[in-house]
Design a protein around this ligand. Structure first.
Ligand code: SF4
Ligand code: SF4
Length: 179
């Protein structure tokens, strides 16, 4: 496989600075609304807070890859005297929870770093985090060239996992007849 230069976008999370205000969830869901900024709903956000004020736990987590199967891990982590579940840190849209799924369709959500035209100066959740709990960095890395799945393929894959290939194909065939 050949090597290519890739711009890597990183959002660093400083958990100690987060106060759980949820501005990041608000702006992310508004940015991804159709039309843009027409509504907001944290359930549609690509960043979610693990938020337990009584235990002083505020942990922002970004939506990552979709996974068809849940993992076996259910370990607990104690960091600075606070207990976290393994799933708290997980970025996957996974069958064992509702996190990172579009509430109407059940399709997986994934952070797209606020892709926009013209590009945003920084991801919007970073811009809206007034406590600097989120900071943005870009760097170049040499990586092996990979075949990247389009959002549509990821969405279709999750529908196939949920309903089976035949049902999805029948539905598409029925829809194409209506057009
Ligand atoms: S970078 Fe953009 S898409 Fe990703 S979580 Fe932040 S606001 Fe949402
Ligand atoms: S905007 Fe910043 S401080 Fe507010 S919940 Fe999100 S990460 Fe935490």
């Amino acid at each position: 496989m050949s090597k290519v230069k890739k711009k890597v976008k990183v959002i660093k999370i400083d958990v100690d600075k987060c106060n759980g205000c949820r501005a990041c969830e608000l702006i992310c869901s508004a940015f991804h609304a159709t039309p843009k900024y027409s509504s907001n709903n944290p359930e549609r956000s690509r960043i979610r807070m693990v938020r337990e004020p009584l235990r002083d736990v505020y942990l922002p987590v970004y939506a990552g890859e979709y996974t068809a199967a849940e993992c076996m891990g259910r370990d607990k982590f104690v960091i600075d005297g606070k207990e976290y579940d393994e799933c708290d840190f997980c970025r996957a849209s996974c069958p064992s929870r509702t996190l990172f799924k579009e509430p109407d369709s059940g399709l997986p959500l994934k952070c797209d770093m606020c892709e926009d035209d013209p590009p945003q100066e920084k991801p919007l959740c970073v811009q809206w985090c007034l406590n600097d709990a989120l900071t943005y960095e870009e760097r170049e890395e040499e990586v092996e060239e990979e075949v990247k799945l389009e959002d549509l393929e990821i969405g279709l894959g999750s529908m196939v996992d949920k309903y089976g290939l035949q049902k999805v194909m029948d539905t598409v065939a029925r829809m194409s007849k209506k057009e």
